[in-house]
Design a protein around this ligand. Structure first.
Ligand code: DGL
Length: 262
């Protein structure tokens, strides 16, 4: 079991921001990544639909023998992780907007959260924001339209910059000092985001924290790979492979990308 792969899934290519951190921290683990780009964006779907897609991805990863599954998608985590944990015995690691660190670090008492509609409307998100509502004000913004542009590889398009400005500039009027990126696609927008929000707002994304949590759980469950060579990495995508390959062009480890209908 120890040398079986870690499974990772996302609505598309965004979860690679998590995968990159995981591979840095546990380089000898094998991984299988599912990019469900055909069904992106999840954030505009109902909770029931997001759960159904998460089940489909989970069952495929289990059929490939995965020892642990990382839900590298805030929208899928906040809507489906409870269901998945109740119904499958494989351990799950999820990702949700990092409200806690932002709340504890904030000096102005106001933080911005950019996430999908599916995340912002989830029960889990509501529960977490409620918990911190005594110490901070959260300015929430639905990033509608951003995920499809990222999936199309239009990271530097004027269209995307304009959308980001519309979403982020109003937050500055609330004197936010932290911006939580509540979607795993958004770390790819950090250079553009910085140009809009300036140096006084700290960007928080949870990629590294998810990688640390993955390592801790593998240790706790005695599931760390015993193979000392570099891991094998396989990406399955149910749409064109071009943008995924572009987004992975900065990694130094070897990987394979394969188109698969799932
Ligand atoms: N990467 C997903 C997330 O973290 C994007 C969701 C979507 O497809 O809308 O929320």
């Amino acid at each position: 079991m120890k040398n079986k792969p870690i499974g990772i899934f996302d609505s598309g290519i965004g979860g690679t921001s998590i995968w990159k951190e995981v591979v840095k921290l546990v380089p000898n683990e094998n991984t299988i990544y599912l990019a469900d780009s055909k069904n992106a964006p999840y954030g505009e779907k109902s909770s029931e639909e997001i759960i159904a897609l998460s089940i489909k991805n989970t069952e495929l990863l289990i059929s490939k023998g995965c020892k642990l599954i990382i839900i590298a998608c805030n929208t899928a985590t906040t809507n489906a992780i409870d269901y998945l944990r109740e119904n499958y015995s494989v351990p799950f690691i999820g990702i949700e907007p990092a409200i806690k660190p932002a709340a504890l670090l904030s000096k102005t008492g106001a933080i911005g959260i950019l996430a999908t509609k599916g995340t912002l409307s989830s029960k889990l998100f509501e529960k977490t924001t409620k918990e911190y509502s005594k110490i901070i004000t959260t300015i929430e913004q639905d990033g509608e339209g951003l995920v499809p542009l990222i999936e199309e590889g239009k990271l530097n398009s004027p269209e995307l910059t304009e959308l980001l400005s519309t979403y982020l500039k109003p937050m500055l009027n609330f004197n936010i000092d932290h911006l939580v990126l509540g979607c795993t696609h958004y770390p790819y927008l950090i250079p553009q985001i910085k140009k809009i929000i300036g140096d006084n707002v700290t960007i928080i994304d949870s990629g590294e924290a998810v990688a640390r949590q993955t390592k801790a759980i593998l240790e706790k469950l005695d599931l760390l790979s015993t193979d000392l060579s570099k891991g094998n990495h396989l990406f399955y995508i149910n749409a064109e492979t071009k943008v995924l390959k572009e987004i992975l062009s900065d990694v130094s480890v070897e990987f394979k990308v394969q188109k698969l209908d799932f």
